[in-house]
Write a protein that binds this ligand. Structure first.
Ligand SMILES: [Zn+2]
Length: 190
């Protein structure tokens, strides 16, 4: 049976990034988080710019959990959209409703990265998590459950990954076109 969390490369990369914050296989938090996610313990999940949040029920208690990641500002995204608009394979992928595999390579030209490869301390890729349970590790089973359930949501709707990073989610086709026209105009000799 295929993994219901992270069926896409971006969904998998998201929850694996969380896993790398101090967890290693085999870690009971990963196993327990997966069990909680599978039992529908995560409710009220929301993916917003810079934060994924949700309630995780466990043993009669409910924990309000949060995973935070920095957002890029509008000018960073304008540069990022221009870089993407100049990559035919990225444009084709995005317009087909998925995140192209090379999106991070293209965004890297402007110093951006959509999803951290793993836990890193660079300012723009630093993921932090919080849960009020007694586990003092940065990632507990509840955070793992939230990461898995949010990954499944991102599988279905890749724009949530852009939203999480403060990026555009509406009229992507129009924005890519406008960015391309603007960069071509800029390249024209006066
Ligand atoms: Zn917890």
């Amino acid at each position: 049976m295929s993994d219901p969390y992270g069926r896409t490369w971006w969904g998998r990369k998201w929850w694996r990034a969380l896993e790398t914050i101090g967890l290693n296989y085999p870690d009971q938090r990963i196993v327990r988080g997966r069990a909680l996610a599978g039992h529908g313990a995560v409710t009220g999940m929301s993916i917003d710019p810079g934060v994924v949040s949700g309630h995780v029920a466990d043993n009669g208690r409910t924990f309000d959990t949060e995973i935070r990641i920095p957002v890029y500002n509008a000018s960073a995204w304008a540069a990022g959209m221009t870089a993407l608009s100049l990559s035919p394979s990225c444009v084709a992928g995005l317009l087909a409703g998925r995140l192209p595999k090379k999106i991070d390579d293209v965004l890297a030209e402007t110093g951006m990265r959509l999803l951290p490869k793993k836990f890193v301390t660079e300012d723009h890729n630093r993921i932090t998590a919080s849960c009020p349970c007694a586990d003092n590790r940065e990632v507990c089973a509840h955070i793992m459950a939230l990461a898995l359930v949010s990954a499944a949501k991102m599988d279905d709707d890749p724009w949530l990954v852009l939203l999480l990073r403060g990026g555009p989610t509406r009229d992507l086709a129009g924005r890519l076109r406008a960015a391309r026209v603007a960069s071509m105009d800029a390249a024209q000799p006066v």
